[in-house]
Design a protein around this ligand. Sequence first.
Ligand SMILES: Nc1ncnc2c1ncn2[C@@H]1O[C@H](COP(=O)(O)OP(=O)(O)O)[C@@H](O)[C@H]1O
Ligand SMILES: [Mg+2]
Length: 358
Amino acid sequence: MIRLGVLFGGRSGEHEISLMSAASVINAIDKSKYEVVQIGITREGHWYIFDGPTEQIESGSWEQEAKAALAADPEKYSLQILGTGGASLKQRIDFALPILHGPYGEDGTIQGLFEMIDIPYGGSGVTGAALTMDKILAKAVCEKAGLPQGPYMAMTKHEFDEREQQLLLEIEEKLSYPMFVKPSNMGSSVGITKVKTREDLKKAIDTAAIYDHRILIEEGIDCRELETGVLGNRDPQVSGVGEIIPSAEFYDYKAKYFDGGQSKLCIPADIPAEKVEEIRSIAARAYSLLDCSGYARADFFMDRRTGKILLNEINSIPGFTKFSMFPLLWEEKGIAYPDLIERIVSLGYERYNAKNSR
Ligand SMILES: Nc1ncnc2c1ncn2[C@@H]1O[C@H](COP(=O)(O)OP(=O)(O)O)[C@@H](O)[C@H]1O
Ligand SMILES: [Mg+2]
């Protein structure tokens, strides 16, 4: 039996989202094949083993019940589970499945830990996770390859503070309002503001800077939002295309998770067949360019006026509840939710074995 460690929670603004995704994933895992080890990470970064029901993961009350801390033990190439009261029981997990969104989970950091302690894991490796998490770097890599993206500018908060007036002029020269101001390294729309005036632009830069000193400013596109799922290592498969119809002015944090289901997912998206193919082909290229493996969700904008397709971003650990876009896109292609999880595990083993055979 494979001891499958599912990691959830984490030190990011997307802590709650991770709890929802992980509870859903754990419920669906085939318990006759996998022994699930539920590994919770608190917002403060403490690791715990939690062996209670998934309802408590979803509600967040697992933190009160958790009994043991977990620490990396590089000498033993394992994760060491430290019992309470000084007892130390060492337990190995065979495979790690991080269902963590945002910084310290989706950004290459925890992937680096898995590499260090030499256990196979699900999803992208260090480079893929780090590149897709960093909006500025991802944009630069995709731009070099000629993938279509909207107009943008990147800067650090430090640069902005040093020459604010000059930069404001440069931004307004290059981009027109409305603009989107984003921390380079975040997710779930946390820290993102849509701005229509210079006054708001300045405030939005301060807001973004709470999350990252590197800041991305994009021209706002009057767009439809289209997403596709990618699955695989070297020759990835791409699902069909779905559309998000946000309940708010844009797909912000609240609209994503707390609007009581008013944002709608439409699968398949009602767009021309050639647009579907264009999106699928850009998704596959971006996935490989950004060194993704396992699985990811690629997000696009379709300009309402011109019909032009623009790559927005790739999420290396997309939302994974049963009602999330990524699993629903695969269900439409005939891959059921539990099978999707199995595929992700076997792709993780495939990458691990390929690396070890080199
Ligand atoms: N340039 C843009 N034009 C129009 N809408 C945008 C733009 N950038 C972001 N948005 C809106 O904000 C949402 C979140 O932005 P995104 O870059 O996808 O960040 P996150 O990584 O937090 O999901 C998008 O889903 C979209 O609704
Ligand atoms: Mg997004």
